[in-house]
Design a protein around this ligand. Sequence first.
Ligand code: TPP
Ligand code: MG
Length: 277
Amino acid sequence: MINEKIISLKKMANKIRMDTFNSVIAASSGHLGGSLSIIEILTVLYFDVMDLNEMKNEKERDKLVLSKGHGVPALYATLANKGIIDKELLNTLRDINSPLQGHPDCRKTKGLDVSSGSLGQGLSTGLGIALAQKLSKLHYRTFVILGDGEINEGQVWEAAMFAAHYKVCNLIAILDVNKLQLDGATNKVISLGDISRKWKAFGWNTIAVDGHSIEDLCYKFNTIPNNGPTIIIADTIKGKGISFMENNVEYHGKIPNDHEVLIARKEIEEEGNMWSI
Ligand SMILES: Cc1ncc(C[n+]2csc(CCOP(=O)(O)OP(=O)(O)O)c2C)c(N)n1
Ligand SMILES: [Mg+2]
């Protein structure tokens, strides 16, 4: 049986998906594919998992590093629905004077913990934050969202070794395995192989999840062990929720035409109608 919490999270994910889409269309520029694959992950993190301590202060709350910074339209829409940033701002995405830049700038946008966009660096940054939380004897956690193409970057693996060695149990990575990167299939560019075994070999706890199932995400985020760092390996679909964008590498950064925009909005609306009864 689906309980009320799950239904309200599904409704929220649908709202965030629509807001993400509309903001990129308003900007006529941005990365839809990689934003749409992390909508449910962000929804569950911000509306069920993370302790934000009502954003009362910067130190005493959980943190999030969007290492795959190009997916930030999804994070802006999440922060707006959470009431952390003004919803009106979503229409200003990528404007030169807007706090909502095409890649996250934590000096400009409330609620962003780290600037990102240059791939490969976020796990190291998140590791530093998690270590600081531990040293300050704070019980808070740091979540880092990585792309499957992004982990081609060597720096990721340096951070992975360090985090395991120091048993940084408050560091939780989420790997968005949408099987595509900028210019092709991840496994064609550099094969990930058995990615779960690789992280295990580096000393991490690994948890597999259906990255679009609110139920599975809620359940798995509750089973994170505290004996070392953990990576949640999320099986996702690039462009999720819009039929012609799903698994289509073209929509990494391409903007749909007017006709496609109508189709996309209709599909997201129809999905939302399933949860509004
Ligand atoms: C260091 C670096 N190299 C290249 C880029 C350009 N770039 C932006 S997104 C992207 C693909 C990333 O693929 P993946 O991590 O799978 O993210 P997805 O879009 O699938 O979410 C690339 C190569 C970048 N932002 N940073
Ligand atoms: Mg990818």
